[in-house]
Design a protein around this ligand. Structure first.
Ligand SMILES: [Zn+2]
Length: 425
């Protein structure tokens, strides 16, 4: 077995505890086995079995989790682009995106939908060590009603693309069952509309309680979960009532929906995908024209989302980063920008933004006892950052500052020198 000794770092351990200077972390095999000051190399190792890395005060923190991932979306402008891309090219692009995500410091991700079996094949190939990528909660195609946000083709054209269409409880059950049959860990349902899609509105609700409940029953019967696209207040209420596990967006919640989220905060996660809104407002006019962006209501929607995320955060609801990356104007690799939005827009402390990406990330991954914090016994998903993200959260977006990325104890990135000890003590 090989060991790594990270020496003299600023430890942000992911628990929310105060950062500590002058900390060493020992990693043996794929596990963190000691955290403390002036650690020495265990005598059982010969010197060439131990990498010693001097950090000189650089930050040690847990790998992060991206909680609204679409590895299958690549440089898309329209939903149609995702639908029409042949599955073979989609798969190759997804493999590349998985590597990009890992090399961005995100060692885990929760998919918010893919196409076909792309996520499932990716997850399995990553777990077998065939390709590089984050730990994955794999999704299938989206499940949507006729007329929903992804039903973007005329009625005389049916495309087997990013969505399976299902109307009514029975069809929802059949489609959800078919996606779980193929090996998905969770299924995504589009419950609300979306302002950028001309025939829907963000505040509209396009699935009924019974349809959502049918999906939840099928998922929970298999020990699996349901993720929803839910911008409207009604869609959030329906979803919480039906027992959905992960709420995407939740921008337009009213007081009643807010109370329901707070009441269920121990079992629910909210992933607002703020960067998607910010980036669409920034760059969308170049693709869709200013008129379409104005009509989307995203400008007002972002303000409302920020206010609601602030009050959910203050009420202790777990709000996680995940930014719908994969559209042309919010490309893969920029994932950490969502943490900056949490600090600059939502009003989180930098420490809480990091906790949401690490500790809460491990909870949404259902791996809380294995990842998410730098503690003895945890798997070594570890970042070394050249700088202090507590002073400047945006530093996490600069890949050149990610000096070391470890996943499961293996180097994914290492730009710092390794030294050997003459003789173990
Ligand atoms: Zn999405």
């Amino acid at each position: 077995m090989k060991a790594k000794l990270l020496r003299n770092g600023l430890l942000i351990d992911g628990t929310g505890n105060e950062a500590k200077h002058g900390i060493d972390v020992l990693i043996e095999g794929n596990k963190i086995t000691a955290v403390g000051t002036n650690l020495s190399v265990p005598a059982s190792y010969s010197p060439n079995q131990v990498d010693i890395i001097e950090l000189n005060g650089r930050t040690i923190m847990p790998g992060m989790t991206e909680a609204h991932t679409h590895l299958a979306w690549q440089d898309a402008i329209y939903i149609q682009d995702i639908d029409f891309k042949p599955i073979e090219e989609t798969m190759i692009g997804s493999i590349k995106n998985a590597e990009t995500m890992l090399k961005s410091g995100f060692t885990s991700c929760v998919s918010a939908a893919a196409r076909g079996r792309v996520d499932i094949a990716l997850r399995d190939a990553i777990n077998r060590g065939q390709i590089l990528g984050p730990r994955m909660i794999a999704n299938g195609a989206e499940v949507s009603a006729t007329g929903s946000i992804v039903d973007v083709h005329p009625n005389h054209v049916r495309v087997h693309g990013l969505s399976f269409f299902a109307d009514g409880e029975d069809e929802v059950r059949r489609v959800v069952r078919s996606i779980f049959k193929e090996g998905a860990d969770l299924v995504k349902l589009n419950v609300s509309g979306d302002g950028l899609v001309p025939h829907t509105e963000s505040e509209s609700t396009l699935y009924t309680y019974k349809e959502v409940r049918a999906a939840v029953e099928e998922a929970h019967a298999r020990g699996k979960r349901i993720y929803v696209h839910a911008r409207s207040s009604e869609s959030v209420k329906i979803s919480v009532q039906a027992g959905v596990d992960i709420i995407g967006h939740a921008d337009y919640i009213d007081d009643e929906a807010f109370d329901m989220l707070v009441e269920n905060k121990d079992r629910l996660f909210v992933v607002p995908t703020l960067n998607y809104l910010v980036a669409t407002l920034e760059h969308g006019p170049a693709y869709f024209g200013q008129e379409a962006i104005d009509a989307s209501g995203y400008a007002e929607g972002l303000e409302i989302a920020i206010r609601n995320m602030n009050r959910l955060y203050k009420a202790g609801v777990r709000v996680l980063p995940g930014g719908d990356f994969g559209f042309k104007w919010c490309p893969h690799g920029g994932y950490a920008r969502d943490l900056e939005h949490f600090v600059e827009l939502v009003g989180m402390t930098s420490m809480d933004a990091i906790v949401s990406a690490t500790k809460y990330g491990s909870q949404i991954m259902q791996m809380e006892d294995q990842i998410g914090t730098i503690e003895v016994g945890k798997l070594a998903d570890v970042l070394v950052v050249d700088g202090n993200p507590l002073d400047n959260i945006a530093i996490l977006q600069d890949h050149s500052k990610l000096n070391v990325i470890l996943k499961d104890g293996e180097y994914i990135v290492r730009t710092l020198e390794v030294s050997r000890q003459e003789k173990a003590v």
